[in-house]
Design a protein around this ligand. Sequence first.
Ligand SMILES: Nc1ncnc2c1ncn2[C@@H]1O[C@H](COP(=O)(O)OP(=O)(O)O)[C@@H](O)[C@H]1O
Ligand SMILES: [Mg+2]
Length: 248
Amino acid sequence: MIPISFKNLSKSFTYGFLRCHKVLKSLSLEIREGEVFGFLGPNGAGKSTAINTALGFIKPDEGEVLLNGISSEDPSARKPLGYMPENPHFSEYLTAYELLEFSGLASGMDRGALRKKIDPLLIKMELLPFKHRAVRTFSKGMKQRIGLAMALISNPPILILDEPMSGLDPMGRRLVTDLILELKAEGKTVFFSTHILNDVEILCDRIAVLHKGELLYCGPTHDFISDAGNLEDAFLALIKNNQETSSP
Ligand SMILES: Nc1ncnc2c1ncn2[C@@H]1O[C@H](COP(=O)(O)OP(=O)(O)O)[C@@H](O)[C@H]1O
Ligand SMILES: [Mg+2]
């Protein structure tokens, strides 16, 4: 079973009177079971739009996303998913504990199992001392970590993380990379988007590069790097080359 499969996905947004912006151009991509897959691309490439379609938040113009073979428009398809949005918005008066309790109950966990999971997860995220603090007092990095904890609370087999490294300091980034490696060791499928290239090389089995809604590369991370010697140079060369060929 393929955990996540984007099939010929196209999406346009219209602005004002008849101004149409094609954000995804027939995107096809398969994420395999147990792999860590990096979805790379500059800001505005269309990564979040693709992810939001996989979660059923956006209806595509054409194509579909299948989750374990079921269309993402079917709410039952989302059951095996844990998701962290790009900019998590919380009900800011809730505490870390209450947010995790809410997420766990919303994903169908019973209160007994939930209670046993909250403290270990807060410890892992280095948030235990802030268990009963309202999240409005949290720093950006702490909000990011509670967002991740909310995605993980029900122990889902598939994780979709939209820019999990963004806005984090080096310690925060290390915590997230270690966590993703731990999830991989547990056999989970992790699909994450990022415009930050540090750590991608050590984390990802395969990557895709999206630029202006088009897939420029999909394959093993080490094949992508090949002659360039490092991921950043290979990425910049690919984007530059595409800009040159797509300019009038
Ligand atoms: N709801 C929306 N309405 C109109 N335009 C949108 C909407 N969501 C995204 N866009 C536009 O689509 C493009 C791709 O955005 P996005 O998917 O957020 O890119 P990325 O996540 O790669 O940075 C951007 O130009 C953005 O302005
Ligand atoms: Mg985005």
